[in-house]
Write a protein that binds this ligand. Structure first.
Ligand code: LLP
Length: 431
C-alpha cells in the first residue's frame, strides 16, 4: 500500500505511523513534525542481526548513527544488541549519554580532531577507524600518553564504483576517505601500524557508497578486501581479525523502487567471504556491517501543514508547506525523490502534480517537483514518506527556523524523542 510497513490506514481512512493517527499527531505536537515508528526500527535491526547470524555466524551489525541520531534512538539500538558507528565527538557524546557499550562502537571520520581521538580513547572505544597516516601517528601518541593500546581498523578504498549519486560515492581512488589499495598506501599504512607500540590493528573497513540497489558491488568489495587480508597475512605474517564492510543498502523511497532484500545481501556476501577464505586457506574474519538508511529511513515520515498554493499557468503549481530544506535538505542537495500523501485521505486518488516548496528564502528550497498528491486545502496535513534517515540528522537552522520535534511511536502511543526547538533555543549561543 505504502513504501514502508510502518505506514497504514485506520478506520477513519487517516494515515497511521506505527499505529498512531498522523492527523492527530500533527494536532497534538504541531508541524513540521518528524514521526518515527519504534517497532519498525526494531524490526529492521532484528532483520539485519538475524541475517548476519543465519548466513555468516560471526558478526556485529553497527547502526550508522549519521542516518538518525538521538539518545532515544541509541537506547533502542542498544536494547536490540546492535553496535553503532559514530563519526564525530557529538555522536559519541550522545552515545555516552545513554552509556552505550564502548566495545560496540566504531568511530569513523576522515579528520578526527585530537580531542575526538582522546574522547574515544578515554571512553574505551575499541574500534577507531583510522583514515590516514597522520591520524595513525597522532593516535599512537595519544594512546602512549595514556599507557593503552588503541584498537584500530583502517579505512580502505577498494576502488569500486557502486553506480550511485556521485555525491555519496566514496569507494573510488578520488575520495577524501581512506587509503587506496592501488597506490600501495594501504599496505604501507598496515606495515607502519603493526610496528607501532600503542596501536593494535584489529580490522579493515570499507564503505562503497549509499542507497545501492545492486548486490554485485558489495560482493566485489568483499572479495577485494579478503584478497587484501590475505596479502597482509602472506607478506607481513600478520592476521587482521575483523572485516567491516560498511553500509549502503538501498531503501524504497518510491513505490517503483526495488532494493535487494537485506537477507539476499547477507547471503551472497557471506558466500563470497567464506569461499574466498576457503580458497586462500585463511581463517574467516569477524564481519561488521553498518546499515544506516536501511534501519531508519522507512520508519519515519515528516508531517507538514499546507500553506498557500501558487498556480502558474503553463508552468507549474507550487504548494507551500511549513517546513522545507531546513528539515529535509535532500532534494536541494541530491534531487532525492520522495512520495507525499494527504494525511487525512492517503489512499484517495492523486489528482494533481505539485512542486512542494518550503518556507526558506531560497528558490531551491523544494521537497520535490512533479509530486503526485491528493487534493488538499490550506491547513491540511501532508506526510512526506520514508524520511527517517538523513532528514533530522541533516537539518539546520537556516533562516533561524527552529528544528521540528521528533516523536517516537510505539504501538500507537507517541512520546517525544527530541523536543521541538524554540526561538529561545535558536538564540541560545548568541552573545
Ligand atoms: N558507514 C560509513 C563509513 C558511511 O560513510 C556511511 C554513510 C554508512 C556506513 C551508512 O550508509 P547507509 O547504510 O546509510 O547508506 N547524506 C546522504 C548519505 C550519506 C552517507 C554517508 N555515509 C544522503 O542523505 O543520502
Amino acid at each position: 500500500m505504502f513504501v514502508s510497513d510502518s505506514l497504514n490506514v485506520n478506520a477513519q481512512g487517516h494515515l497511521t505511523v506505527g499505529g498512531a493517527d498522523a492527523v492527530t499527531l500533527a494536532q497534538e505536537y504541531g508541524t513540521p513534525l518528524y514521526v518515527m515508528d519504534e517497532m519498525g526500527i526494531r524490526e529492521n535491526c532484528r532483520q539485519f542481526k538475524a541475517s548476519i547470524d543465519r548466513y555468516y555466524g560471526r558478526g556485529l551489525v553497527c547502526y550508522a548513527s549519521k542516518a538518525f541520531c538521538c539518545k532515544e534512538m541509541y537506547r533502542i539500538i542498544k536494547s536490540e544488541g546492535l553496535g553503532i558507528d559514530v563519526v564525530s565527538g557529538g555522536e559519541l557524546y550522545t552515545a555516552q549519554g545513554v552509556a552505550f557499550p564502548a566495545d560496540r562502537i566504531v568511530f569513523h571520520g576522515n579528520n578526527k580532531t585530537r580531542q575526538e581521538l582522546e574522547m574515544a580513547l578515554d571512553y574505551g572505544v575499541t574500534r577507531i577507524v583510522v583514515d590516514n597516516l597522520d591520524e595513525l601517528a597522532a593516535l599512537n601518541q595519544l594512546a602512549g600518553e595514556r599507557g593503552v593500546k588503541a584498537g584500530i581498523m583502517f579505512r580502505i578504498k577498494p576502488g569500486i564504483d557502486a553506480h550511485t549519486h556521485s555525491f555519496i560515492q566514496t569507494g573510488q581512488i578520488d575520495s577524501k576517505f581512506g587509503l587506496a589499495l592501488e597506490t600501495g598506501e594501504a599496505m604501507e599504512a598496515v606495515r607502519e601500524a603493526i610496528k607501532l607500540q600503542h596501536i593494535e590493528l584489529v580490522g579493515l573497513h570499507c564503505h562503497i557508497g549509499s542507497q545501492i540497489f545492486d548486490i554485485a558491488p558489495f560482493e566485489l568489495a568483499a572479495q577485494v578486501m579478503i584478497d587484501f587480508l590475505y596479502r597482509i597475512q602472506s607478506e607481513l605474517g600478520y592476521t587482521v581479525k575483523e572485516l567491516n564492510l560498511g553500509g549502503g543498502f538501498g531503501v524504497k523511497y518510491l513505490s517503483t523502487d526495488e532494493p535487494a532484500p537485506y537477507d539476499a545481501y547477507m547471503e551472497r556476501v557471506s558466500a563470497v567471504v567464506r569461499s574466498q577464505c576457503a580458497r586462500l586457506g585463511m581463517a574467516e574474519p569477524f564481519v561488521l556491517i553498518e546499515p544506516g538508511r536501511a534501519i531508519a529511513a522507512p520508519t519515519g515520515v515528516t508531517l507538514y501543514t499546507v500553506g498557500n498554493r501558487k498556480d502558474i499557468p503553463g508552468v507549474r503549481s507550487y504548494l507551500a508547506i511549513d517546513g522545507g530544506m531546513g528539515d529535509n535538505p535532500r532534494y536541494a542537495l541530491y534531487q532525492s525523490a520522495y512520495e507525499i500523501v494527504a494525511a487525512a485521505h492517503p489512499l484517495g486518488e492523486k489528482t494533481q502534480q505539485v512542486t512542494v516548496a518550503g518556507k526558506c528564502c531560497e528558490s531551491g528550497d523544494l521537497i520535490g517537483e512533479g509530486m503526485a498528491l491528493q487534493p488538499v486545502q490550506p491547513g491540511d496535513i501532508v506526510a512526506v514518506l520514508a524520511t527517517g534517515a538523513y532528514n533530522y540528522s541533516m537539518s539546520s537552522n537556516y533562516n533561524r527556523i527552529p528544528r521540528p520535534a521528533v516523536v517516537m511511536v510505539r504501538d500507537g502511543q507517541a512520546r517525544i524523542a527530541v523536543e521541538r526547538e524554540s526561538y529561545e533555543d535558536v538564540v541560545r549561543n548568541d552573545r
